[in-house]
Each structure stands twice: as C-alpha cells, then as structure tokens.
Design a protein around this ligand. Structure first.
Ligand SMILES: CC(C)(COP(=O)(O)OP(=O)(O)OC[C@H]1O[C@@H](n2cnc3c(N)ncnc32)[C@H](O)[C@@H]1OP(=O)(O)O)[C@@H](O)C(=O)NCCC(=O)NCCS
Length: 189
C-alpha cells in the first residue's frame, strides 16, 4: 500500500532531484557518517541523546533524503516519549524529533524542509498527538514549532528553554503537560 512517503518527491533545482524515503538498514552507516560530519563528535553528549540511546525510532519515522544517485544526503528520526503527565495524571505520549541533518554540500536546497514536512505528515498519518524537539526556533517556527507549547516540560539534562519547541498534531494535546521527557519507545534488541 502506498504511504505518504511514497508520494513525497521534491524537485528543488533544475536537473536536481531529491527523494525523501524510509530509512533502511543499508542506510545506517551512511547516516552515522553524515551525522559525524555535520554535527561533530559532541553530538552524542546532548540531552536528546539520553532519550534516544538504546531505543529504536518510532515505527515508520526514520527518514532519509537521497540524491539522484541514491546516496544519503539528509536524515531525520523521531522517537516515542512520554511528555510529562496531564492534569488528570495520565502520561502524555508524544514524539521527540532529532537529529535533523543535511549534508553541507546540499544545504539550502530545501532538503531539510522536505524532511521536516514528510516527518510531520507521516507522524500525523500515524495518529501521533505532538512532536517535541530541541533546536533553533528561527528555523523550526516555519514548521509550526514553538517554545510556548513545551513551557512546563523539561529534558533529562541541560537544555536551553528557548530552543525546546513543540508542535501539536492534535489541538490541545500538550495542554497542561508538565514534567520530564522520558523514552517510551521499543528498546534495541
Ligand atoms: C538546519 C539544516 C537541517 C537545514 O537544512 P537545509 O536543507 O539547508 O534547509 P532548507 O534548505 O530546507 O532551508 C534553508 C533555509 O533555512 C535557513 N536556516 C538554516 N539553518 C537555520 C538556523 N539554524 N536558523 C535559522 N534559519 C536557518 C537558511 O538560512 C535558509 O533560509 P532561506 O530559505 O530564507 O534561504 C542543515 O543546515 C543542517 O544540517 N545543519 C546542521 C545540523 C543542525 O543544526 N541540525 C538541526 C538541529 S537538530
């Protein structure tokens, strides 16, 4: 059956085609090399990494961008988390997005935006309620992410409040959400 991703193809510049695709096991080495190049060795010290470590991404929410030759030039993954608790004491299920990265040689061609829009569409289709991330508001606000929605939530480690952003996929999903983000996704075998 065709998925949202099957139909997400973007033409960014004349004669240059990028495809947004589901990540496969064959992409893992290229994705890790890309992240090392783009984000540097300190990327594993981030608070977000504590949530990702030892877990697999949420079902269907590990995406790559490929160039015309099939090489991985961009990556984004989303992770299942509990985003604190609601006023009624129930844990709130959500997604944590990251890392998002695009190969330096291909920056500014719309690949990051295409990855973000595909990830949001797929999360919506899979009935998730909200997405959180830590990143530059100046970049992520264009996709609907704002700090206000995450104001009573905290990451499990140092983070900058102004960079802790959220997008509700279902209106009011994070209303009253307060507490720490903890991983809830499937553990790595
Ligand atoms: C941020 C990143 C994913 C953007 O990818 P991209 O493919 O270049 O993005 P797009 O082509 O879709 O968008 C480019 C636009 O975003 C803007 N932009 C890029 N990074 C930005 C930032 N940190 N803050 C504000 N705007 C930013 C560019 O100036 C450009 O603006 P324009 O459209 O007005 O010219 C990429 O630059 C990257 O991998 N950076 C290093 C890793 C990183 O910071 N990841 C995000 C944190 S998890």
């Amino acid at each position: 059956m065709a998925t949202v991703l099957d139909s997400v193809r973007a033409l960014f510049a004349p004669n240059t085609t990028f495809t947004i695709d589901a990540e496969t096991p064959a992409d893992v080495v290229a994705r890790e090399n890309l992240l090392d190049r783009v984000m540097g060795p300190d990327r594993r010290k981030k608070s977000s990494e504590k949530i990702r470590r030892g877990r697999v991404p949420a079902e269907g929410l590990a995406l790559v961008a490929r160039d015309a030759h099939g090489h991985v030039v961009g990556t984004v993954r989303l992770w299942s988390v509990e985003a604190g608790i609601a006023p009624d004491g129930q844990a709130i299920e959500a997604l944590l997005l990251g890392p998002l990265a695009v190969d330096g040689a291909h920056e500014g061609k719309g690949i990051g935006g295409a990855l973000m829009r595909a990830a949001i569409a797929e999360a919506h289709k899979r009935d998730h309620g909200a997405i959180l991330l830590v990143g530059d508001a100046a970049y992520y606000e264009r996709f609907g992410f704002f700090a206000d929605k995450a104001r009573h939530l905290v990451m499990p480690g140092p983070f900058e409040r102004a960079r802790f952003l959220a997008l509700e996929l279902k209106a009011g999903w994070l209303e009253g959400a307060a507490g720490m983000i903890v991983p809830s996704g499937r553990k790595l075998a």
